[in-house]
Design a protein around this ligand. Sequence first.
Ligand SMILES: Nc1ncnc2c1ncn2[C@@H]1O[C@H](COP(=O)(O)OP(=O)(O)OP(=O)(O)O)[C@@H](O)[C@H]1O
Length: 795
Amino acid sequence: CATVVVASLASLGAISSKKAPDRDFGYRKKYSRWWQVLIIATYVVETIVAVLAGDDALATDQAPLVHLLVAALTWTTLLVQKKCTAFTVFATAVTGLALEIPLCVLSNLQLDGHTFNIAALVLQVIRVIAFAGLMVLTCPRRHKDTPDQDDDQPLFRDQENGYGAIPESATTKGDAASASSDDSDDDSEQCGEDVALIKERRAEMLKQRGGWLGYLREFKVFAPHIIPRHDGWVQFCYLICLLCMIAARALNVILPVQLGKVADNLTSGKPPYRDLGIWLLLSFARYDPGLDTIQALAKIPIENFSYASLTNAAFNHVMSLSMDFHSERDSAEVIRAIEQGNAITNLLSTFVLSIIPTILDLVIALVYLSQKFNQIVAVALLACAIAFIGSEILATSWNLGNRRAMAKASRQEAKVILQAVQGWQTVSFFNRFGYERQRFGQAVQTQLIAKQRWGVADAMVQAVVEGLFPTTFFVLACLVMREISVGNATPGDFVFLMEYWDRLTWPISMLSHNCRFLMSDLVDAERLLHLFQTQPTITSRPDALSIPIKGEIIFSNVHFAYDGKQPILHDISLAAHVGQTIAFVGETGAGKSSVTKLLLRLYDVSAGRITLDGHDVRHLSLDSLRTAIGVVPQAPLLFNGSILENLRYARLDASDAEIESACRAAAIHDKILTFADGYATRVGEQGVKLSGGEIQRLAIARVFLKDPPVLILDEATSAVDSLTEAAVQGALEGLRKGRTTLVIAHRLSTVVKADCIFVMHEGRVVERGSHEELLGIEGRYWRMWTSQTRAGCGA
Ligand SMILES: Nc1ncnc2c1ncn2[C@@H]1O[C@H](COP(=O)(O)OP(=O)(O)OP(=O)(O)O)[C@@H](O)[C@H]1O
């Protein structure tokens, strides 16, 4: 009756709902139909078995037969209904499961080993399993197009709430909850291409790896970071944990047996103090004073090792990734991905120290209970364990969407903080404090809403799942009481069961608890996995040359596109001999900096080749290439430390005297001495406490210190006044001596002495020659020169 009522109510509820339920709940219709057919089959076959058995009870009590037929009819109705919703099937399956377990136990209490009765028991167990399977298939879950997808992304590329995005409150009047759901639509619109790519990538990986098992096998890249090959101490700790785990499994059985012995001896006339004392000692050994403490201590080095190993590996990997990765990804998100090392450590801890022992406990319990009582007790425990774990997985997957939304909201909050703090100057230049406050407030609100949803759902999940424990104990206690009543067991066995039950339920409950975090840790771990799987596009070949460089540079028919499609450089050919200075001039965006990026191998050419001392730069090791080239960039970046620390970054073993002489050469030494703390002056984040010209001269001093054979000066004096420029130019001339130098300049007066000037326009070299030669041509260079000298006169 309950099944029929629930099925009808669920149908009505789903039909009257305005939303199409199948949009909100993932309904794997095809597969769930097979489970329904299986359930109906068990009802029908059990009815036939009951009739064939000629059960005496059926003559007086028709209830079991009515139950079987009504249930079969209800399920058949659900099966044939075309508009039957996932929610209806789910609700009916939950009710069915809740009713079938106690019915199964009660109807088998008097099991006499008759073939028909055993067949009925088997059918009932199959049905319970089918109910659990159906629940998993039809459980409510978030629709595929919702923000869940964010967690499928290798490294979150979502741009929602990014700079320049119109705040939702400005466009929608809905409450925060609706704002967060609108977010998902924005997400799918803005990142539609990304999401499609990610889906494609996962589908491809699943196909390549032969399904989920193969996909999970990908996680083996973490193995060396979890189990060390050479760290004997950590290996020893693993061994200790393993031994503790085995000993704990044995004690889990011995302790209840001992307590049962105490109970049995209570009526012997002499209080069983000795047995109780043994129980006390065994309890000490099993719990905190014994094995638990040893295991907790042994866990510390294991967790420390894996955390350190993974975090270091993730950091090193990110640092080894190429410019294309770093220019595309959001640094806040990359930082968060590196921090996911914890997720793997948690996974390891949950799996090795919680899941495996619990499974072992269950297996031992099944074997031991079937030996001690009978197979029915063991089968009942198995059915209950399956129902329990099934409901836990179901409940967890149901709440996974909320958990993902929570994780996404938390990342968004961190991103907003980092961007606002890092870009404080820009915020103040545009007076966007209100906008930033609103963005942050919104991020916090979204995070709180997601957290609340997750918390509420989690509490409900807990309530339902925990409710299965007393039901299971009721079932087992009934079966054992029956054994005691027929003389097959003693009251001590009942005490054993009570004690043993406690030992079984605690790890199962921990398992279910951990199961929820396991899923979210898996999601985080997947993020780290994707990070590990992102390979640098620019690497040193295994046979790369590590040789000292003199500085002969040749570009031969070089073509280049950042994205592989839109060409930026076309057919660039040039040569710079050792000690020569060549200059690149041209309008902004002409491709001057791109030429130097190719020389540095921040990117590889699309066609043609670049050689240094006759060796293709792709054949040189990145280490020797980048050691050989010194760069003074357009916008030098200083770390938030002292001037001295920033300078020493160029050569870690440079003495104070060498640093000072480099600063003298860069015409900054005297200026530094005027600062209150001299060389110990802190420069602030990205050098905000210094003027643009000071930062640029520090960058020049750094290159003096590095002393490379090849120089790249990208607008190196653009931020200095003309007096200082004269001083710096003098210093740069000294620096250029004997080195091959590539100069990029907008102020043509700085390149008149260059051996060759290349005039660039739309990615091509359109003119080349010395200053005088180019003026003689009266082309693009001449026009630039004339306008600059005229402007200079005018000024
Ligand atoms: N990482 C990148 N990804 C895609 N396109 C880029 C990237 N960096 C530069 N570009 C594009 O390449 C073109 C050439 O840029 P480049 O920086 O080489 O010009 P430039 O001549 O040095 O300009 P400026 O004098 O302003 O520094 C520009 O259109 C720019 O938008």
